[in-house]
Design a protein. Structure first.
Length: 128
């Protein structure tokens, strides 16, 4: 699946429209230059990890029959020159013994986005 981004100077804003061929969403700059109600690109990156973690835990717990009632995932980040550190906190609600909670943490660390972000990433760029 390919993500497409589009911006027009005539829009009068810095909002970037995004789509994957079926879904549509937007990104913008940080306030005060951008619209604070639209996520910035780093928010989108962080949200990909949060969403993937939540969905992975939900599916795994259902398959294993764990009594998981709710998953809350928070992801923030710290930036420094040459480094981007994601900080993820996971809250699990339900009747979950310690060994089940540890199993869910193990699975969270194997969600597809976590694995992608932990791998060596290369970016090939061309002009169309």
């Amino acid at each position: 699946m390919t993500i497409h981004a589009h911006w027009l100077a005539s829009s009068g804003t810095s909002v970037c429209d995004l789509d994957n061929g079926t879904a549509k969403w937007q990104a913008d700059l940080d306030a005060p230059l951008g619209n604070p109600s639209i996520p910035n690109p780093h928010d989108l990156l962080d949200s990909a990890l949060a969403a993937c973690t939540t969905l992975t835990l939900q599916l795994y717990a259902k398959r294993k029959g764990y009594a998981l009632n709710e998953v809350r995932v928070s992801v923030g980040h710290e930036e420094s020159p040459g480094a981007y550190k994601m900080i993820r906190q996971i809250a699990l609600e339900g009747d979950l013994p310690a060994n089940v909670r540890e199993d869910l943490l193990r699975v969270a660390n194997k969600c597809p986005v976590h694995k992608s972000l932990s791998a060596t990433i290369t970016i090939d760029t061309t002009l169309a």
